[in-house]
Write a new protein. Structure first.
Length: 157
């Protein structure tokens, strides 16, 4: 009888654990991979732009028509950047402040998977109205890391 009672407790615990895991929200593997791709592209562009004395701070955004700030977990990936990296906050955005700070907004708005090892990333660089540029870059997985390949301009505003 004791054995049956112990098994019921184990079964109850297992069901509770399964329900807890099933309802706990974890990022999907696809979301995590897409964030790694966005990180590779943004770090590539930051490294390229940091060589210019014009830029002093980078702002990161996701989305194009209604851009939003990435979460803290994503932002933590940029802790060792040469220049400050901040979230783009639409409600706090001020063109004059951006110009005065020497800031530039880098935004990712599209990731299209071509294969397991190749994606196209649509992104933009924005400073002030009239100084925005859109790009598409090919990003390839090499040795378990995403590496930016070729990029081409797609629009200017």
């Amino acid at each position: 009888m004791f054995w049956l009672s112990a098994n019921n407790h184990i079964l109850t615990a297992a069901v509770f654990l399964w329900i807890s895991i099933a309802t706990f929200s974890l990022p999907s593997p696809q979301l995590y991979e897409d964030q790694g791709i966005a990180e590779a592209l943004l770090k590539y562009e930051m490294h390229r732009l940091a060589a210019s004395p014009r830029w002093k701070v980078f702002y990161i955004a996701f989305g194009l028509t209604d851009p939003y700030a990435p979460d803290e977990m994503f932002m933590s990936r940029f802790g060792e950047s040469v220049l400050p990296v901040r979230k783009y906050q639409k409600k706090e955005f001020d063109v004059e402040r951006l110009k005065k700070e020497g800031g530039v907004v880098l935004g990712v708005y599209g990731i299209k998977h071509k294969s397991d090892a190749e994606v196209e990333v649509e992104w933009y660089r924005f400073v002030v109205p009239g100084e925005a540029e859109g790009y598409v870059c090919t990003v390839n997985r090499k040795y378990h890391q995403w590496v930016v390949g070729s990029c081409k301009g797609t629009w200017i505003s």
